[in-house]
Design a protein around this ligand. Structure first.
Ligand code: ADP
Ligand code: MG
Length: 253
């Protein structure tokens, strides 16, 4: 059996002494794409930040294992070097570092120049990283960064937020390429967590498993597309009620 990419067990995370992740577990296998749906403020970004152990996020209880290694005593750098890459919801601006410098430092891909063109980023190479970039440009730069890094586990935070349809199509294409979506399932080696508020990204990227995340916990796991349909219909507040209701009806019939 393949070793699992990510195992999270009964995780509790706090920020500023406030508990945000309230006991969640999640397993991601090699090549699997998971989507996490959740309302604003439920703690989705906190989860990704905690996996990378970014400063300010305190893991109070539970365990995170990456490729079977407990990350308890590891630094953010060491975690990233295990093949974990993040596309931020709100990427930091970095003055004094051009996009070109940055890409050259992290690049592991063989066809970066092609991808720069595909993502329409050639005009930005000599610009300071993310400084003055528009919403779509920020997301394209984030995804280009991921492409260069080609991590084994991609943490993608709300790729469609603040982005028009054209840009969503372009960045999704790049993400699908990293995820080797054209290769047979068994040969895919890259896994992902994609965070989404609307689920819209599922129209562009195929996911294997969906989770609904409310108030610091996963409250439901199932087929990503039917979750998206149910959330569209009932909203997050009505979701659980409607799912439970369906289940009871199903058991009766
Ligand atoms: P989501 O991504 O689901 O919208 P977040 O993880 O960004 O939710 O935020 C969850 C809660 O944690 C919010 O109440 C937010 O204010 C708080 N929070 C997250 N990051 C920080 C931080 N760096 N400093 C203070 N509060 C934070
Ligand atoms: Mg968020």
């Amino acid at each position: 059996m393949d070793i699992p990419m990510l195992e999270i067990t009964d995780l509790h995370v706090s920020v500023d002494n406030k508990e945000i992740i309230k006991g969640m577990s999640l397993n991601i296998g090699k090549g699997e794409v998971h989507v996490i749906f959740g309302p604003n403020g439920s703690g989705k970004s906190t989860l990704l930040n905690a996996i990378l152990k970014l400063p300010g996020y305190s893991i109070d209880a539970g365990e995170i294992r990456i490729k079977s290694t407990n990350i308890q005593d590891m630094s953010t750098d060491e975690i990233a070097n295990m093949g974990i890459g993040m596309s931020f919801q709100h990427p930091p601006k970095i003055k004094g570092v051009t996009l070109r410098n940055f890409l050259n430092t992290i690049n592991r891909s063989k066809d970066l120049e092609d991808e720069i063109l595909a993502l329409n980023m050639e005009r930005f190479l000599e610009r300071e990283l993310n400084v003055g970039f528009s919403g779509g440009e920020l997301k394209r730069a984030e995804v280009l960064k991921l492409y260069a890094q080609s991590p084994d586990l991609l943490l993608i935070d709300e790729p469609e937020s603040g982005v028009d349809i054209e840009n969503i199509a372009v960045i999704s294409k790049a993400i699908n390429k990293i995820l080797q979506k054209k290769a047979p399932e068994k040969l895919r080696t890259h896994s992902a967590i994609i965070i989404t508020h609307t689920g819209h990204i599922l129209n562009y990227i195929d996911a294997d498993i969906g989770h609904v995340f409310i108030d610091g916990k996963i409250v439901y796991t199932g087929d990503p597309r039917s979750i998206m349909e149910d959330i569209k219909k009932y909203g997050f507040s009505g979701f659980i009620e409607s799912v439970m209701h369906k289940r009871i009806e199903h058991e009766r019939s």
